[in-house]
Design a binder for this molecule. Structure first.
Ligand SMILES: [Zn+2]
Length: 297
């Protein structure tokens, strides 16, 4: 099986991107895995500190490893938004393939200094682990917001990206390029969309020379995704869209069958609802046609 780095390199040459989906329970993991497997594309599963606290760091790692081994399938695991070195070390020791070391709330110099230390410490545990650094402000919380967190979002500059990557030696960089964590209410039904600064992505890619991750992808315009991937984005994070499908699917399942109490009878439609969203995004990121999806909607 190809390593995660080989898949990213291979994808980059083909100008397609790896889909990253957050999970915190078995329904989400099952849905994401089935969606990827159905399309025969590699997939990256993420668990943030909050998600790991709920599901268990060792337990998420064991579940993902079991899928990878039983099905000989390229499914990888990312320690998403990790704010402390101790938490990052715990994840790498548990077998996570990548770590998003997120000190983006600190001034960039301090962020770079501590991220450099983390890169050294984590690669000493597992030289193959990929470490992602974060610069710029894209808000927090993959949930539904009443209004945009800020009126003016400063974008990451190419110069900042180059300096940060040189100083830290991260493998992957997450810039602020118009993306934002969470979704606005108006984005749930597609009334409004997020738009990305494609020229800035291309400039950051050229200046940094590393893999780029787009966080907060939920609610982004499809055409902007295509252009962003062509401009150098290698990994796209989708979380809120899955959470909306999970939550709405669960409510609907419970309302339709108020007397049912058996989890494995209530939950399959929830898996299907999440799977549909994940499959649609994976098709887009992997340059596959969405025609079949559109025709059944
Ligand atoms: Zn994120």
């Amino acid at each position: 099986m190809q390593t995660l780095t080989e898949i990213l390199q291979h994808n980059q040459a083909r100008r397609v991107a790896l889909g990253h989906f957050n999970v915190s329970d078995l329904v989400l993991l099952k849905a994401v895995f089935e969606a990827a497997r159905g399309l025969r594309v590699p997939v990256l599963v993420g668990a943030s500190e909050g998600e790991r606290e709920f599901a268990g760091t060792q337990q998420v790692a064991a579940l993902v490893r079991s899928l990878r081994e039983e099905f000989d399938y390229p499914i990888f695991l990312n320690a998403d938004h990790t704010h402390s070195l101790s938490s990052a070390i715990e994840a790498v020791k548990a077998g996570f393939d990548t770590v998003v070391f997120d000190l983006s709330s600190l001034p960039i110099d301090e962020n770079a200094r501590q991220t450099r230390e983390a890169v050294e410490a984590l690669k000493a545990i597992n030289p193959a682990v990929l470490v992602e650094g974060e610069i710029g402000d894209i808000g927090t919380g993959s949930s539904i917001h009443d209004e945009a967190p800020r009126t003016a979002q400063p974008l990451t500059t190419a110069a900042e990206a180059r300096q940060f990557v040189t100083e830290t030696r991260v493998d992957v960089l997450a810039p602020a390029v118009g993306n934002m964590h969470g979704m606005l209410k108006s984005m749930i039904d597609g009334e409004t969309k997020k738009h990305l600064h494609i020229d800035r992505i291309a400039a950051i890619k050229q200046a940094s020379g590393v893999f780029l991750t787009l966080h907060g992808g939920s609610g982004t315009d499809d055409e902007d995704f295509r252009k962003a991937i062509a401009a150098g984005v290698n990994i796209v994070h989708i979380n809120t869209e899955l959470r909306v499908a999970w939550s709405h699917g669960l409510v609907q399942a419970l309302v339709q069958h108020p007397d049912e109490v058996v989890p494995y009878k209530i939950l399959p439609p929830v898996v299907e609802a999440v799977k549909k969203v994940a499959a649609s995004r994976l098709r887009l990121f992997n340059g596959k046609s969405n025609v079949a999806q559109a025709s059944v909607q």
